[in-house]
Design a protein around this ligand. Sequence first.
Ligand code: NGQ
Ligand code: ZN
Length: 459
Amino acid sequence: MKGSPGTISKSLYFDSLLLPDGWARNVRLMIRDGLIVAIERNSEAVCGDESHAIGLPGMPNLHSHAFQRGMAGLAERRGPDHDSFWTWRAIMYRFVDRMTPDDVRAIAALAYVEMLEGGFTRVGEFHYLHHDRGGTHFDDPAEMSGAIVAAVADAGIGLTLLPVLYSHSGFGAEPPHEGQARFILSVDQFVRLLEGADRHAAALPDAVVGIAPHSLRAVAPDQLSALTDLAARRPIHIHIAEQAKEVEDCIRWSGRRPVEWLLEHVDVNERWCLVHATHMTDSEATAFGRSGAIAGLCPITEANLGDGLFPADPFLAAGGRYGIGSDSNVLIDCSEEIRLLEYGQRLMRRGRNMLARDAGKSTGATIYAAALAGGGAALGVEPGIAVGLPADIVSLDADHPAFVHRHGDALTDSFIFAAGQRAIDCVWRYGEKLVERGRHRAHGRVARDYHAVLEKLIA
Ligand code: NGQ
Ligand code: ZN
């Protein structure tokens, strides 16, 4: 696919294209070696241009555990006692128990194909399944990271790999459970994992490798400070305050709530992404919002697991930034993450247009722009459609009835609230058209491979 240096390898033309300053009409994009090299506005299509009606920048998915895609729908049957996040987690641990690196590769490849079909062009893979069955270490400590990288290379999505340190089962450095044996590392072992992750990720054109202390439950304070030192300029992601029990345990351990503890003990800044942050007081939400860190919101998973609703109002009032993630991958759909994020706030506060903060602003366009900026920042890349950036673009089917007589931000609103994923036509990632008519070109092969692995795992 690569053109010789200096030649334009591809040119796309859009009647309407969402650029960093808003929707623009009649735009030509020139692409070379995966990157956008020129943008012409108010232009006419030229012979050789591939023409489309509506285009948006691809969305970063800032939080995924790809292997969990394989158990999607298998934890929806009522158990003997009160079903909760914790009973779901026990099912998840049993599911992960038998997976080989090749199983992980096949399941992740399908998840990434589905992400591209759903409008996501980069994934933040929060990766903690490091060891072989029973916790036996592989010769290559980053063997499983290699499986993730292979799945990414197959699907063609962008990768920010977030190798995870998971050491304990609870606050106060409680020893890990048996079900966690495949995750457990010391800080020294984590250093070697990180080197291996860097080595594997170097095979991809624009991968980023960050650092992820799993949670305040799984990482002790001295380990957390070792990791923040190690991170240098890398993105740092952590799960925080997802469950009420987690907040209670944290208070019992430290006298502080999780977000409060983190902000007091660590320099939480623009390089940080706090995933979930569901349970915050107004003052925690305000302090977090002011810190410049990103809130990693995963509305579908947070609803599925019964986590609770993010306190968006005080957070946004303090200037808080956020992005969206598909987390457990129980359903992979960018438009639905955005829709559910807004709908959760409407249901909680009994109003409409909650996340568009100013009068006259479009809800869909506001969330799309915020999640694009926040997701990019969390994943260590500049997002959007601009010269010098990868051509990561989603086109919509202009024949969908939801788009009749829609222009500008009404296109975004109609995509998010009235059409959804079915309106996605093509997706380009690093300049290559991977999805057409909503289907990834490798979908059939990747799905067959997935099918074989699931038959083996679930049998
Ligand atoms: C995870 N999931 O890392 O996959 C967790 C469960 C844990 C969510 N937090 C494992 N949604 O928390 O220990
Ligand atoms: Zn997670």
